[in-house]
Design a protein around this ligand. Structure first.
Ligand code: F6R
Length: 261
């Protein structure tokens, strides 16, 4: 696990966008794993700028979102399918239908989850997965207690996650759905490169467990310690509880420019 501590979200967006740009130049039909929420917004803004400038294209790329609320109407602004379209997909040049998400309105939820796993498998898996992390240590919506071997399925959101996400629902926690569909931890672990972004003090406890804690279903993101290629991009506030913070900084500073994340 590589830990990179940067000044702010803009720098984080730049470093992540560099990795995605290199991937797309090497593999134009790359499969990207897309997270919603606040953490990846600076990455998406930077990718949009590079696409506008003609530096990169998503014309052959595909995308899969991590998760979706169950039961939000198709036109609801906070439905993750609509969020990812608004903040990223509609602003670049993906082909129509190139980005998919789990179907939170499916009548047969287990069948929809299995179909989603099959769709990811059919394109050869995710090359690069963008992740945020919840204050309770979730990735995707794999809440504490999730099986470390889980696949795409329905989950109940914790009260903490619903409180955290109430800001997107007029600060009304009761308006935040209680359930979601999420890629499982084992699904996420199959992506070839994982880039996890965390900023702000509220994420520092989860980041501490993710990087330096014991692997445990209580802090689901800790499963990433078993992945061979994870990059954790943090600002100072999110990194404040890391014991080896100086080591992570020195290591990144000493890295040759040609060696990406
Ligand atoms: C969203 C997702 C979640 C978020 C996490 C952090 O698709 O999978 O795991 O990444 O809840 O959310 P933010 O970035 O809004 O703090």
């Amino acid at each position: 696990m590589e830990v990179v501590i940067l000044a702010d979200a803009t720098q984080i967006g730049g470093v992540a966008a560099d990795a995605i740009s290199i991937l797309l130049s090497r593999k134009p039909d790359a499969v990207l794993g897309l997270a919603t929420g606040s953490s990846p917004l600076a990455i998406y803004d930077e990718l949009v700028a590079r696409c506008d400038a003609g530096l990169i294209t998503f014309g052959q790329a595909r995308g899969f979102t991590l998760d979706e609320y169950v039961g939000l109407p198709a036109d609801h602004a906070e439905r993750y399918r609509n969020v990812i379209d608004r903040v990223f997909v509609s602003r670049v040049d993906f082909a129509p239908g190139a980005v998919q998400g789990p179907d939170g309105l499916a009548a047969d939820i287990p069948a929809a989850c299995a179909a989603y796993e099959n769709a990811i498998r059919a394109v050869g898996g995710v090359d690069l997965q963008i992740l945020g992390i919840g204050t309770d240590g979730h990735i995707g919506f794999n809440e504490p207690g999730s099986s470390l071997a889980s696949r795409t399925r329905i989950k109940t959101l914790t009260r903490q996650t619903r409180v955290d996400n109430a800001r997107f629902f007029g600060d009304d926690v009761e308006s935040v759905p209680t359930h979601c569909l999420t890629q499982g931890l084992a699904t996420i672990m199959e992506a070839r490169h994982l880039i996890l972004v965390a900023t702000g003090r509220s994420k520092s406890e989860a980041v501490h467990h993710l990087v330096e804690g014991a692997v445990s279903a209580l802090w689901p993101a800790t499963i990433l310690q078993h992945h061979p290629h994870v990059t954790v991009l943090l600002d100072d506030a999110a990194a404040r509880r890391l014991q080896l913070v100086d080591y992570y900084r020195e290591t990144y500073l000493a890295k040759p420019d040609w060696q990406g994340i």
